[in-house]
Design a protein. Structure first.
Length: 609
């Protein structure tokens, strides 16, 4: 396993020959030769281990290569192609081409040989995803070596990006080439690399969920954190409690058991784990209230913070599982057991965020419990949940729990939570909270809102909001600068790909603390997201995170950030995503894509350090 540090980046790019290919995420080590392009015919023999997953993945990858005939849309050019004021502007260097002389004898690929040490290793946390890919000078064979099936899948997606069309229509190879001999040694820095989608606030259909998985596989992300339900809706059709589906938005906006299994299988075939989240005890009204209204506190209260001292939720509608009502735990156990029968990952996300103490003022169970012992606090109440719910959640073989940091750092919070077999998802206060949690010995999954929340910057969604009734932009120095709009602008501004890529989330951690950071997940909450916008809110910004947690944001040789180097890579990858059916949003005018560095703010390429 390679070291967990954002500065431990190999990214060794050989300079033996100029190539237009610039795969994303950048491999840990990629060395190009100089012997000239290798022709790639439409039909290439492949030698695979016996594995249906590998066979299907190869068919998809090679079908994409031959069908798409990709021509990189954004090539790298040195900043020296431009001259700063006041000298005359130099013409940008023309990108190199790989057109073949008709009389030239060219090396031609004949075989892709794939060696996998163990094809039976399951797709679970910490699985080995490393691979090597080698096309030696003069060879007609690409050799791929991986310890597991999942590393081999990553090799296939790399191959998809480095086999390109040279624009010719030659009969021998139909214009497909690999620009130079190449040797790649690759493995991720972090074992958790993903996105979170939320199907509780607005429904997202199966085809659109699969579209996100396609983008994840292409960018070597491996975690789909599925926030399945929330207070607003319960879209999953439970067999144990069929009445819960009454709180779906409509009969069309639901997931059956077969739908969920379909997503899990689709993701697994592409090396993506699906980790479900059914948030408890907060964010729990829809669905639960259909079983027994007594296990949901404050569901019929007014939620809002027009008078913050009386709010019962951060957004409508309110509702939290009643922690002291004994009937709560039997229902939780039945729901959890059914979900555990469907979701195959060892990790299960139990939520735990944004508990509101005012909500429990509507519960006679809680108020009586607190008043019966004057020393009890709401922190004790959260501890009661941990003591009674965790044994239910952990009563599954190999089960490990993932939960939001609020259980440890929120107000209120539990007094004692075990560090073994848990992973804490950190979303507030950036590096400060990561430092706090790792210093206490917790493994951490980074989702810091200031860097990795993809829904930020689109304004608030709640209505009848007088904060927008102003006739000029707010003063940036004032608290209402971002209008503080619930579900939107509270985390403004918009998180650009550069903001994401430049996040050094292990800053000032000891090596022991850094080892507790297991990766990062970019979250897209869906108060203002459905099928029409989900892909362009995620992509290609999530690709910046994909590289950050795969090979890091720094060059090992110089220590400097490679944000400027990522520019053309991510612009090209956006075009590649769209070509593969992932509706990623444009990042720049196409002029910037076609004129490398012409849109840089600074001529000085070292300003980002």
């Amino acid at each position: 396993m390679l070291a967990h540090s954002l500065v431990a980046v190999v990214a060794c790019v050989g300079s033996a020959a100029a190539v237009s290919v610039d795969p994303l995420p950048a491999p840990r080590s990629i060395v190009w030769g100089s012997a000239g392009p290798i022709a790639v015919p439409d039909l290439v023999a492949v030698d695979l281990p016996t594995s249906q997953i590998l066979a299907d993945a190869w068919d998809r990858a090679w079908g994409t290569i031959v069908g798409l005939r990709w021509v990189p849309q954004a090539t790298q050019a040195p900043i020296s192609s431009y001259e700063p004021f006041p000298t005359a502007t130099a013409a940008a260097a023309s990108p190199s081409t790989h057109k073949r002389n008709e009389n030239e004898q060219q090396q031609q690929l004949q075989l892709v040989k794939v060696n996998v040490a163990d094809v039976d290793v399951d797709l679970q946390a910490e699985v080995d995803e490393s691979y090597t890919l080698d096309l030696a000078p003069g060879s007609d064979t690409i050799e791929i070596n991986a310890n597991t099936t999942w590393g081999a899948l990553h090799a296939f997606t790399t191959l998809q990006q480095i086999v390109i069309s040279d624009g010719s229509n030659s009969n021998d190879a139909n214009g497909l080439i690999i620009e130079q001999p190449v040797h790649i040694e690759d493995a991720p820095l972090y074992s958790w690399r993903g996105i979170m989608i939320d199907t509780g606030r607005n429904f997202i259909s199966l085809p659109k969920i699969k579209e996100q998985i396609d983008g994840m596989a292409l960018s070597k992300m491996n975690i789909l954190h599925w926030h399945l339900t929330d207070s607003q809706s319960w879209p999953f059709d439970m067999h144990t409690y069929p009445e819960m589906i009454r709180d779906a938005y409509s009969p069309r906006e639901t997931f059956s058991r077969s739908d969920v299994s379909d997503i899990i299988e689709y993701a697994r075939a592409r090396g993506v784990r699906v980790v479900p989240e059914v948030d408890t005890p907060g964010h729990s009204a829809a669905g639960w209230q259909q079983i027994d209204s007594s296990i949901v506190a404050c569901a019929n209260s007014w939620w809002s913070n027009d008078n913050y001292a009386y709010h019962t939720a951060v957004e409508p509608p309110p509702g939290q599982l009643d922690i002291i009502n004994n009937d709560t735990y039997g229902v939780v156990e039945n729901v959890y057991n059914e979900l555990s029968d469907i979701f195959t990952d060892n990790y299960y996300h139990i939520g735990g965020d944004e508990l509101n103490t005012n909500c429990y003022k509507f519960s006679a169970y809680v108020t009586d419990w607190l008043s019966s012992d004057p020393t009890r606090t709401y922190n004790d109440l959260v501890q009661y949940w941990v003591d009674h719910a965790f044994p239910i959640f952990q009563n599954i073989p190999n089960r490990k729990l993932l939960f939001w940091e609020d259980l440890l750092l929120g107000d209120p919070h539990a007094l004692s939570v075990p560090t073994e077999n848990v992973l804490v998802q950190s979303w507030q206060n950036g590096i400060a909270n990561i430092h706090n949690l790792t210093a206490r010995g917790y493994d951490v999954l980074v989702s810091s809102a200031d860097f990795l929340y993809l829904d930020c910057g689109f304004g608030g969604f709640v209505t009848n909001d007088p904060r927008y009734n102003v006739q000029s932009n707010p003063d940036p120095s004032q608290d209402n600068f971002n209008y503080l709009g619930d579900g939107g602008s509270w985390c403004a501004p918009y998180k650009t790909w550069q903001r994401i890529y430049d996040y050094d989330f292990t800053t000032n951690l000891t090596s022991e603390q850094a080892a507790h950071v297991k990766g990062a997940v970019a979250a897209l909450w869906s108060e203002q997201v459905d099928d029409t916008v989900v892909s362009d809110r995620i992509w290609p910004r999530a690709a910046a995170l994909a590289e950050l947690v795969w090979s890091g944001n720094r060059d090992e040789r110089t220590g400097g950030k490679r944000t400027t180097l990522l520019t053309q890579r991510i612009l090209n990858f956006r075009e590649y995503l769209v070509a593969n059916g992932v509706m990623a949003t444009p990042l720049v005018p196409k002029y910037c894509l076609q004129h490398p560095h012409a849109c840089d703010l600074y001529y000085n390429q070292t300003v980002i350090t």
